[in-house]
Ligand binder design. Structure first.
Ligand SMILES: [Zn+2]
Length: 340
């Protein structure tokens, strides 16, 4: 896209434009080749597309049309998709880009069945895998912890469990939320209400020195002050955590809309990440969110289907070989989960 840099869809720290609407998306990403060229430019800007043999960053494109590039230094061929969530996918880049576009444009979240139908994907397993990989790309590998005044609370969600012979019951899972006052949010499954568990959740998600606000629970937050945080607990039984309450109620709504209220417990943290990604960017242009998902998709390590099914624990790992991002802190702060 050759446009003046003054346009509002120009992202300074990536040096790229994003599509502002459906018409622009259809024009810019009509073919797999256009998607490949965009991905190549994005990987060059992110700085993680280098020759696996010699580390050189200049390539010729191979003419066979399979997203392979030849190193200008040692002539080794490298796939553009290796090292990204697109690696080893049987789905074409144009389907991937459309899936991500649909994902970010449906504010309530899109289901695997819906993706399968809208994109003509021939298998539910494929669309389910695609969607879960996109969900993983909702987490900025370089995301910052919450800070300032942060409300922290526990809550529980009911998920259906099979008891055999068609009988079902509801299992409660314990979760925690941290919400900046009128700002960003994080949620996780924590499994129990122990004070040490609460402390670990806070340390993973909130910067030291922040001011934690909680309800009047006498035991859950006994370690907070000794771990470098300020703490204010409500002295009454009224619930004084409006930002946390708002996030929890919005998340319940999101579950009902996207998953018809029947989430899979094993993937609850992915639903939390998708929700937080949407919630923290709810005033952003959809096209900017589309570009951010693509950016994280190339920064994150590839994930196999069996890892999605069996293991949610490795997904937060950063790529070991990822070079430092080519951004300044100010660039990142411009739109990384930022306030409304
Ligand atoms: Zn090379």
């Amino acid at each position: 896209m050759k446009k003046p840099k003054s346009q509002d869809n120009y992202v300074e720290n990536l040096g790229m434009y994003y599509p502002r609407n459906q018409i622009e998306f259809e024009k810019e990403f009509a073919t797999a080749k256009q998607c490949q060229n965009f991905l190549f430019r994005l990987r060059k800007m992110v700085g993680d597309f280098v020759c696996r043999e010699c580390g050189h960053a200049e390539f010729w494109e191979c003419q066979r049309g399979n997203a392979k590039y030849k190193c200008k230094e040692c002539r080794t061929e490298t796939s553009l998709l290796v090292g990204t969530i697109f690696e080893d996918s049987r789905v074409s880049l144009s389907i991937w880009f459309r899936a991500i576009w649909l994902f970010v444009n449906d504010k309530g979240g899109v289901s695997a069945t819906s993706l399968e139908r809208q994109l003509g994907i021939g298998s539910h397993k494929t669309s389910w895998t695609l969607l879960h990989k996109i969900r993983r790309a909702c987490v900025n590998p370089d995301r910052k912890k919450l800070k300032g005044e942060v409300e922290v609370d526990e809550f529980s969600l009911g998920t259906p469990t099979k008891l055999g012979r068609g009988n079902h019951s509801t299992q409660k899972i314990v979760c925690m939320v941290a919400a900046e006052k009128n700002g960003r949010v994080r949620m996780e499954v924590t499994h129990n209400k122990a004070a040490r568990t609460a402390m670990e959740f806070i340390e993973r998600n909130v910067e030291k020195g922040s001011h934690i606000f909680t309800d009047n629970n006498p035991t859950s937050y006994i370690f907070v002050r000794s771990h470098g945080y300020q703490l204010t607990q409500s002295s009454t039984k009224t619930h004084p955590l409006p930002s946390a309450d708002m996030a929890i109620s919005q998340f319940r709504r999101f579950l009902n809309l996207t998953l018809q209220g029947a989430p899979d417990k094993a993937h609850m943290n992915e639903y939390f990440d998708e929700f937080a990604f949407r919630y923290n960017r709810r005033s952003f242009d959809r096209g900017l969110i589309f570009l951010r998902v693509l950016e994280y998709a190339v920064k994150l390590p590839p994930t196999l289907y069996r890892e999605i099914v069996k293991d949610c624990s490795t997904r937060r790992k950063k790529k070991a070989t990822l070079p430092p991002p080519q951004t300044t802190p100010q660039d990142t702060a411009n739109d990384d989960e930022y306030p409304f």
